[in-house]
Design a protein around this ligand. Sequence first.
Ligand code: FES
Length: 160
Amino acid sequence: MDPRLVRFAANLQAPGTTDVPFEAVLDATELPPGALRRLTRGDRDILLAHTPNGIVATDDRCPHMSAPLSLGELDGCVVACPLHEGRFDLCTGDPVQMPTTGGLDPDGIYHPTWTPGGREMKPDVPGKKAEARRLTRVRRLRYYPVRILDGRVEVALGPD
Ligand code: FES
């Protein structure tokens, strides 16, 4: 395993990406440490990130409500979503801070809505929206296999 890449758990590999060809997507110098880049192929948006543990490719969709994580802030391995304060560990695939809207974590455990420090709590009016928030599950990230060959970052994206 190339030490320049994040080693992700086998069960978190994106479906359909086993035994598919790798595709060169950018020069490794275009993804310096700390960089987040969006890559679009067809209707898919992929996030390439260079974390302290190495390079990783995952969907450029927040696992909460699909906001582009490439617009977030990377702090170590953790990317902060530009919406709802959710934070996700790009090196493990786990949420490390649930969104302000609360909901279900990847294991189906409920987390209530919350408000960032200093702001007043909004009342969670019962109804369909509150129910939707309660049942929205934040899943773990899924990973695309990555390799570095001849100075190029290559990703196995699989079929659209
Ligand atoms: S869309 Fe990212 S935390 Fe809600």
